[in-house]
Design a protein around this ligand. Structure first.
Ligand SMILES: Cc1cc2nc3c(=O)[nH]c(=O)nc-3n(C[C@H](O)[C@H](O)[C@H](O)COP(=O)(O)OP(=O)(O)OC[C@H]3O[C@@H](n4cnc5c(N)ncnc54)[C@H](O)[C@@H]3O)c2cc1C
Length: 456
């Protein structure tokens, strides 16, 4: 099979490349290879009754399939260069923002039209945060919500399915460079393309590493973010979330001068399990539909760690900590802040007696047995700092779920076209280590599609 462009991975990066290529050049022959299922077949078997914890499916319905890791996400498209990736370092700040806005327009015309855009600009919270040694980062955020995000993906697939060849449940094993393009190998079959876009996300990190090693594509180690997910009554943060929806706040700890930051805030949302390469960590999301909203808000508190010499596998460090929590808790551990402060584990009874009803069925335990002291001290300091702008954050009944780990792929060495040292072989999205968000990954897809068309 001969294609003009082969795309590996149907997450936001792959979808927006496909969209842009076919919008501009409908005659192009494009193939999309995806390890997971089509959107409608993506079902996580955990139902809380018959299946309570991860059973390690062949491909994870949460992470793999059309829509990628973003399919059941909260659908928060942050339009900013301040976080979510370093795409701007390759394509320039203006271009990056322009493309993120363009992606937002596409989402709006594909079902997201009635959703709200929030912004930190002109907000009074910046000053309040500063007065309390907290730094509120600038951003505009479109909150699609898990339900509308799904509808947007359905609409995009409906538009693309007859224009490109989609191969689901088809993980690519290998890439071979040819004289005038690339051959991809899957099982005993192959396909060829003049250009190849690799967009395999975080779940494809190990595969990406192996491909780079085999093909001699240079890489650099990246950081890993480790921490917990906080869950508390939504009213405690409502003055912030009503206005900003999500606030990215950074705190520099007094003890170690480490930066602790809030991440992925979900007002009236739920806490969920996440499975990366068989390791169960915690995440969260929320729905636009008022009927599916809860009384709780959740967000992560994360500390970044970067290793270089002699140990350089930052992800392995994060994985080891997550494995330890899985070993002690059989999955995710939950602990009341009051229990953590008193140096004792949480129990079913203590959690039940608390005022915060957990939205995730996690194992009550002791996070101080899992998280390194330096990271835990930083998180505790940050909770007290947040308590000053959102009193009640440091209440005894505030729940901490652990561990939350944000794995970043190693950074693939790319030029300003997001092209590798192989002409016509592009790596985009989270799989490149350059992006780690829906908006940046999507924007990188549009960017590369434009580059390919202009050079064809
Ligand atoms: C629960 C959750 C909530 C999140 N919430 C948000 C949010 O609100 N806002 C935000 O900005 N970000 C959020 N994120 C992160 C966001 O989803 C990712 O940054 C984004 O999806 C990255 O897009 P991508 O296309 O680069 O990769 P992915 O979305 O990971 O897609 C990669 C795809 O490639 C496929 N693949 C992997 N290897 C192969 C192979 N060898 N062959 C074929 N296919 C392969 C995978 O199956 C996957 O479908 C969330 C993530 C999770 C897990």
């Amino acid at each position: 099979m001969k294609y003009d462009v082969i795309i590996i991975g149907a997450g936001p990066g792959g979808i927006f490349s496909t969209y842009e290529l076919l919008k501009r050049r409908p005659e192009l022959k494009v193939a999309v290879f995806e390890a997971g299922n089509p959107l409608e077949k993506r079902r996580c078997p955990i139902d809380g009754k018959n299946v309570k914890s991860c059973i390690n499916c062949k491909t994870c319905a949460i992470m793999n399939g059309f829509g990628g890791a973003g399919a059941f996400s909260d659908g928060k498209y942050n339009i900013t260069n301040d976080f979510g990736g370093s795409l701007y370092q390759y394509i320039g700040k203006e271009k990056a923002l322009e493309l993120m806005k363009y992606v937002d327009e596409i989402n709006m015309t594909h079902g997201g039209g009635n959703t709200k855009m929030y912004s930190t600009s002109g907000s009074e919270f910046k000053k309040i945060c500063m007065q309390n040694k907290l730094n509120l980062l600038d951003a505009s955020v479109r909150h699609l919500g898990t339900d509308i995000n799904y509808i947007v993906l359905e609409n995009l697939f409906a538009e693309l399915k007859d224009k490109a060849d989609f191969y689901f449940n088809t993980p690519i094993d290998q890439i071979e460079a040819l004289e005038d393009g690339y051959r991809v190998l899957y099982g005993s079959e192959t396909a060829e393309g003049r250009k190849c876009i690799v967009s395999v996300g975080r779940s494809g990190s190990k595969w990406m590493e192996a491909i780079c090693e085999e093909m001699g594509i240079p890489t650099r180690s990246n950081r890993v973010d480790i921490g917990v997910r906080i869950e508390l009554p939504a009213v405690i943060f409502s003055h912030l979330t009503d206005k900003l929806y999500e606030s990215k706040i950074v705190y520099r700890t007094e003890k170690f001068e480490d930066a602790v930051r809030t991440f992925c805030m979900n007002p009236n949302g739920i806490v969920v399990n996440e499975n990366t390469n068989g390791i169960v960590t915690v995440n969260g999301h929320s729905f636009e539909d008022p009927e599916r909203k809860t009384d709780n808000t959740n967000f992560a508190l994360l500390v970044a760690k970067h290793f270089s010499e002699p140990f350089k596998d930052s992800n392995e460090y994060g994985e080891s900590i997550a494995r330890l929590s899985n070993m002690l808790g059989g999955g995710v551990i939950v602990q009341r802040f009051g229990d953590l402060e008193r140096g004792r584990r949480s129990t079913e009874k203590r959690i039940e007696e608390g005022t915060v009803t957990p939205t995730l069925d996690a194992t009550p335990g002791d996070l101080s047995l899992v998280l390194p002291k330096r990271i835990l001290d930083g998180i505790i300091e940050m909770i007290y700092a947040l308590d000053k702008i959102a009193p009640g954050t440091a209440n005894d009944d505030t729940l901490l779920y652990g561990v939350e780990v944000k794995f970043y792929n190693m950074e693939v060495e790319l030029d300003n076209h997001l092209e590798t040292n192989y002409k016509g072989l592009y790596v985009i999205g989270d799989g490149s280590g350059v992006t780690h968000s829906l908006s940046h990954a999507s924007a990188s897809g549009v960017y590369v599609a434009t580059e390919i068309i202009e050079n064809m």
